[in-house]
Unconditional design. Structure first.
Ligand code: NOJ
Length: 742
């Protein structure tokens, strides 16, 4: 049995490389013939530089020694051209002069910080998302990097999980399109261009399904759930040509993903024929010991390399263990060669063998910073990411001529909080970043008086600032409040059991509301928060996430009507923490939900409304849209036939604006219970007042297919509902059709 495994494994290497270009293969093979075992294993070893250090980058002399001796293949967290050049020079002192790969995290930008990925997903604007990744990739490469550890494509249904901020939300369809857009953005036209960086789809896989939303926690799920919900964005990234995959920290069905042959060897490198690099997450090779999956470093190295993890990030376990495992015959040399080859191929593709310093250009580094077009793009996506949750009596947009406006809350004057987690490079020249206060000041007329009071801190218990805030509210015609999470309350290792608006901020909202003044609340956060009182009382609410360096201007654009908000939630907002996990594409149960009366045989909670506070796909506009004239090209289609779904959308309000027209299906009877609704298409359109646009959706077989019990991707014959609407809960048009047997 064991023998058979090795035969299949080795057969799969030969197969996967048969398709590489002949010249790349030759150059790599020639080089590999010259490499010692130690040098080969060096390619699988990735160190971190001193995090964000300016100089010297690597203080640990042994790391430098390792670089000089060809025992390091890649480094992460080295800041800037000067430092990457310095280390590359060390690599050029090694026997074979194999260049280093430099990688870093640019989750939502480097110097120019874009909205957090969850916010960008709310834009549903794939072009803008791709552009944001393009700019982050350009900046990263101009800082001397070849590789970014993005996009993060984990589906997340639990807002308690801190890393929900890093991904595109809960939906596999939207998540897949965004994954592909980001990959294309980072990688540009082609690898080898000096502004293109290798992208990484992470964290492979199902990291977002950590039980209880506790970071790094166990994941246990059925394989159809894995294939239908969690794998699609990874597949989309692979199809878009992503260069690398990163293992996740979690175990999946009892096996840590870094040592999971089924995931990496069988699915990724096998079924999907992925040719790029698989990198562990930071220390995730060694974590398998703590998981209790392997006894020691030797077991960890063995398990990871067999599973298909090519690079060991920061653990040094490969470096220490693999040489003797090969020498003792515990792993075949071919296994090492397979991993080395994947890495060298990319170094060739990047052109590093021709010029190891081609990304290290001081001029380019200087010029990329503060590029006005890039700043414009950051503002553009920042305003598109804002979601208008409530707007009673059209309180928004505000006139720019209001006499006195009170600006209240701990986020109004803060710059750091706008940037959010994973934005560590910003202090370089923070003076360039304007606050929300400044953004508003720049927008209003010269006659408008702005009064400011912080009111309280983000996360403490003091109400001593309330009196001043109430006082300025009373003197003003309208109050704008800005509250939310501190920049480090969502992110890695930032899971929270309580996702209310932190501290006494909601108390402050109540106190200001009690003045009777019209109040607008902006909520800045890295995740959906629970804020029922505010949602039920305050007339106007904008969800402003963490929008990055251009937050101040973008928020002012929306508040004062220079941009009509178009964001739609990419994740469900719960009513209470006890309602989590809650997501729109859940399966039907055998029982009806609770309604007003408590009865037996009801699903849901007897003490809570069944629907979420704000559903997936939800977001208002200053204008209104009418949906009409739904028409299907046929009422029955044969397998392989495309169904055309046609409709009209009209802007029936006063403002020009954008609408995200969403198409959902429901597969009514299937061999596995299907979700009550699944997003299968959408279009974001711009309409002037009174304008009507014709919309055409094409429903292909792929959109009707799912992974069945045997993990076959099938479209099963039968009835399907088509639902078109402005959110997953606001379905305006409805129809159905039948998929025939043949
Ligand atoms: C750990 C994180 O999980 C991963 O997303 C990141 O890319 C690495 N650290 C490197 O910083």
């Amino acid at each position: 049995m064991k023998k058979l495994f090795w035969i299949l494994l080795l057969f799969s290497f030969n197969q996967s490389f048969a398709q590489l270009s002949a010249s790349d293969n030759k150059r790599v093979e020639n080089l590999m013939k010259k490499m010692t075992l130690e040098e080969k294993i060096g390619q699988l070893n990735q160190y971190t530089g001193n995090f964000l250090a300016d100089t010297p980058v690597i203080t640990a002399e042994f790391k430098n020694e390792d670089i000089r001796n060809g025992r390091v293949g890649a480094i992460l967290n080295v800041k800037g051209v000067k430092n990457t050049r310095g280390l590359q020079e060390l690599a050029m002192q090694s026997r074979l002069k194999i260049p280093l790969l430099f990688g870093n995290d640019v989750l939502h930008g480097l110097h120019l910080i874009f909205p957090i990925p969850l916010a960008e997903a709310a834009s549903w604007d794939l072009k803008a998302i791709q552009k944001s990744a393009r700019i982050a990739g350009t900046e990263s490469s101009a800082y001397g990097n070849h590789w970014v550890f993005e996009p993060m494509v984990d589906i997340a249904r639990d807002p308690r999980w801190g890393r929900v901020m890093e991904g595109a939300g809960e939906d596999p369809y939207l998540g897949s399109l965004i994954a592909a857009a980001r990959v294309k953005g980072f990688q540009g036209e082609k690898l080898g261009d000096t502004d293109a960086v290798m992208a990484t789809a992470k964290h492979f896989v199902a990291y977002g399904a950590a039980i209880g939303g506790r970071d790094y926690n166990t994941v246990d799920m059925s394989l159809p759930e894995l294939w239908n919900i969690y794998l699609p964005p990874f597949k989309a990234a692979a199809d878009a040509g992503v260069t690398a995959f990163m293992n996740s920290f979690n175990s999946l069905n009892g096996i840590p993903t870094t040592g999971n042959k089924y995931l990496v060897r069988e699915i990724l490198k096998g079924k999907w024929n992925f040719k790029g690099i698989v990198v562990s997450d930071w220390g995730s090779v060694g974590d398998m010991i703590a998981h209790g999956y392997v006894k020691d470093d030797e077991g960890a190295a063995l398990s990871a390399i067999i599973a298909g993890c090519d690079i060991d990030m920061e653990d040094q376990i490969y470096k220490k263990q693999l040489p003797k495992l090969v020498e003792e015959g515990k792993i075949p040399m071919k296994l090492i060669d397979e991993a080395v080859k994947r890495i060298l191929i990319k170094k060739f593709e990047l052109g590093l063998f021709d010029d190891p310093f081609r990304f290290a250009n001081n001029e380019r580094e200087k010029n990329v910073i503060n590029n006005p077009d890039n700043i414009k793009a950051a503002r553009d996506i920042a305003k598109k990411s804002i979601v208008l949750l409530k707007n009673e009596n059209q309180l928004l947009p505000l006139s720019k001529d209001i006499k006195t406006i009170a600006l209240i809350g701990p986020h109004i004057k803060s710059v750091r909080e706008n940037l959010g987690f994973w934005s560590t490079w910003w202090p370089d020249d923070s003076a360039r970043i304007i606050s929300q206060y400044q953004g508003i000041k720049n927008k209003v007329s010269a006659n408008t008086r702005l009064l400011y009071a912080k009111g309280c801190e983000v996360n403490d218990t003091s109400t001593s600032g309330f009196a001043e805030a109430i006082n300025i509210a009373k003197q003003s015609a309208v109050v704008i409040m800005s509250v939310g999470e501190q920049f480090d309350m969502s992110g890695e290792s930032r899971s929270r059991s309580d996702i209310d608006i932190p501290g006494v901020q909601e108390e402050l909202i109540k106190a200001i509301y009690a003045t009777g003044k019209p109040v607008i609340v902006m909520i800045n956060a890295g995740r959906p928060l629970v804020f029922n009182w505010t949602a039920d009382h305050v007339p106007a609410i904008l969800y402003t996430w963490w929008l990055g360096t251009e937050a101040g201007g973008a928020i002012a654009d929306v508040l004062f009507g220079d941009y009509n908000p178009s964001g739609k939630l990419p994740i469900t907002f719960p009513r209470s923490i006890g309602q989590i996990p809650i997501y729109y594409n859940h399966q039907s149960t055998g029982k009806p939900p609770y309604n007003d009366s408590v009865a037996y045989y009801r699903t849901g909670y007897m003490d809570l409304m069944q629907n979420p506070k704000f559903p997936f796909g939800y977001g208002l506009s200053y204008t209104q849209f009418k949906y009409s004239d739904l028409e299907l090209s046929k009422s029955k289609i044969k397998p392989g036939e495309i169904l055309h779904v046609k409709l009209n959308v009209t802007n029936s309000g006063k403002y020009a604006g954008e609408e995200v027209v969403q198409l959902y299906i429901h597969d009514k009877v299937a061999s596995l219970v299907r979700p009550i609704k699944e997003l299968k298409d959408f279009q974001k359109i711009f309409l002037n007042p009174g304008e009507t646009k014709f919309i055409l959706f094409n429903i292909t077989k792929e959109k009707l297919s799912f992974y069945n019990e045997k993990l076959e991707f099938v479209a099963e014959p039968g009835d399907f509902d088509i639902m078109i609407g402005s959110s997953s809960a606001d379905i305006r048009l409805h129809s159905s059709f039948e998929l025939l047997n043949q």
